[in-house]
Ligand binder design. Structure first.
Ligand code: FAD
Length: 480
């Protein structure tokens, strides 16, 4: 029989659950990817680094599948690429190819679940089966429950249970080479469309330190392996190269989570353990999203839906435009806009600042990040925002409020990160770099900085903002 593997956020040709299943069960296997207009048309800009990233990965995957098939002795293969509504495209293609089954790797986002249900129904109407596989996480849905059979809502016990369950069996790869001769040749004239043909413009992606595709993922991983042992010491300092920068690759599946987790286990040691914990956070939030899809629009803890946030259009604009007068926050926002990446420590600081210093609804910040992050992932972004806003699952307690100046002193001690993204502060002495507003006019003059002109004065007073936030949360706490 013939099958079709539908690639989505799993753009690789190794250790791939759906592809593995198709190859062991069918004599002929087609592979397809759809540039889904339901998603693409909703993007606010025609230059989008994510689309450019995916496009590069699709071109690479097409070649990789062809090579795999040839090395296994077949005539060649590749990726059939379509541009249109995903559900309609897949159903039409499955019928054209005369396949018996469509296989895909599972997605846990509510929209994706609805889409897959629709595809499964429409395929069933044509007598074609649809099946999905766990692939993008090591443990999914309700594989890991508390002793009471409930989903976990606290990270530490979840992590403990995860580490126990994620054994060699769970981390074993799904090989594809062995039966790769079953990869079907592409219909004649099939080539991935150019980015421009999809209606998108080139971006600055190629200038960033984010190589694309499986090759890019491998290069980043190789580089990170040399730093892995020190991850726990370096991960919190945005000026240093401490983290893996693999998030976009994890998002689009150009690396395999099983291989990464297995590598961390094999290395052992404090650095690797700390890094593995972060991979577990990723699964924790995927699990939360699957069990509690209301978090997409509402607070994980519904009581917090009664918080009354400020409208504050000017403060909102200052945050978005990196003009808050708090250098670490502003540098973080510039990093986001210039590169599509923001360091984890800074995501926490910027999100805390928006919600707890400016009193603005976390959902607005979440949307802004969703638009700009290369690694944007609904589960992780929503989890991160609700963590910072204290409305989430196992979140930062609401009375813990980051001080943007002490965070800066602690995690960017010599202002190296600030100066990289705020060159207007390059000559500000170290003792003022975290809060230039504290400079006396004579100090400002000495380094050529006109406060309020070259760099803004703080848009809020942190101590006062903190008191307001405590009141905001107290009010909700005391409601019946
Ligand atoms: P590393 O430190 O090398 O970590 C390895 C991997 O673990 C990451 O690539 C990521 O897949 C996962 N990971 C790490 N931290 C977390 C976390 N807290 N939650 C979930 N997964 C994690 N991560 C995203 O992938 N997409 C997002 O849209 C996203 N939005 C965030 C928003 C906020 C407000 C916050 C506080 C965090 C967000 N994160 C998000 C989590 C984290 O900041 C990024 O995963 C990390 O900075 C990516 O850099 P890295 O790959 O070098 O991470």
């Amino acid at each position: 029989g013939t099958a079709l593997v539908w690639f989505r956020r799993d753009l690789r040709s190794f250790d791939h659950a759906a592809l593995h299943q198709a190859l062991i069960r069918y004599g002929k296997v087609h592979c397809a990817f759809v540039f889904d207009t339901d998603i693409l048309d909703a993007l606010p800009a025609r230059a989008d680094r994510r689309v450019a990233f995916i496009h590069a990965c699709v071109v690479e995957l097409d070649e990789a599948l062809d090579r795999l098939a040839r090395e296994a002795g077949a005539a060649g293969s590749g990726l059939i690429v379509r541009h249109g509504g995903a559900a309609a495209c897949i159903v039409r293609l499955a019928r054209e190819l005369g396949v018996r089954e469509v296989l895909a790797n599972r997605d846990y986002e509510p929209d994706a679940i609805a889409r897959d249900q629709r595809v499964a129904r429409e395929l069933a109407d044509c007598g074609i089966a649809f099946s999905d596989y766990k692939d993008q996480v090591v443990l999914d849905r309700d594989e890991l429950l508390t002793q009471q059979g409930q989903p976990y809502s606290v990270f530490t016990p979840y992590r403990r249970a995860w580490l126990q369950r994620a054994d060699g069996f769970q981390l074993a790869s799904y090989p594809v080479e062995r039966h790769a001769a079953r990869l079907a040749p592409k219909p004649p004239g099939e080539h991935p469309p150019a980015l421009e043909a999809l209606g998108f413009l080139p971006t600055n992606l190629s200038e960033l330190a984010l190589p694309t595709g499986m090759r890019g993922g491998r290069a980043l991983l190789r580089d990170f392996e040399r730093r892995l042992a020190r991850y726990h010491e370096t991960r919190d300092y945005p000026a240093r190269k401490g983290v893996s920068y693999l998030s976009t690759h994890l998002r689009f599946g150009t690396v395999s989570i099983r291989q990464l987790a297995a590598l961390a286990r094999r290395h052992g040691g404090e650095g690797a353990q700390a890094w593995l914990s972060e991979l577990v956070w990723r699964e924790f939030y995927q699990m939360i999203l699957w069990h509690h899809p209301h978090v997409v629009h509402g607070c994980f803890k519904p009581a917090f839906d009664r918080l009354s946030w400020d409208d504050a259009p000017e403060l909102w604009q200052a945050w978005r435009e990196a003009r808050t007068g708090y250098p670490l926050v502003d540098a973080a926002m510039r990093q986001l806009h210039q590169t599509g990446y923001m360091h984890n420590r800074l995501r926490m600081v910027a999100a805390s600042f928006l919600t707890k210093d400016l009193g603005i609804d976390w959902r607005r910040g979440e949307r802004h990040f969703a638009r700009h992050l290369n690694d944007y992932d609904l589960a992780a972004n929503n989890g991160g925002w609700q963590w910072a806003a204290s409305t989430g699952c196992d979140a930062q307690p609401w009375f813990r409020i980051f001080n943007p100046v002490t965070q800066s002193e602690k995690f960017d001690p010599d202002g190296g990160f600030i100066r990289r993204y705020l060159p207007e502060l390059a000559r500000v002495p170290d003792r003022y770099i975290h809060f230039p507003a504290a400079m006396r006019p004579v100090d400002a003059k000495a380094c050529g900085l006109r406060l309020g002109r070259d760099y803004p004065l703080p848009v809020v007073d942190h101590a006062r903002a903190r008191t307001r936030t405590l009141m905001r949360f107290e009010a909700v706490k005391s409601l019946p």
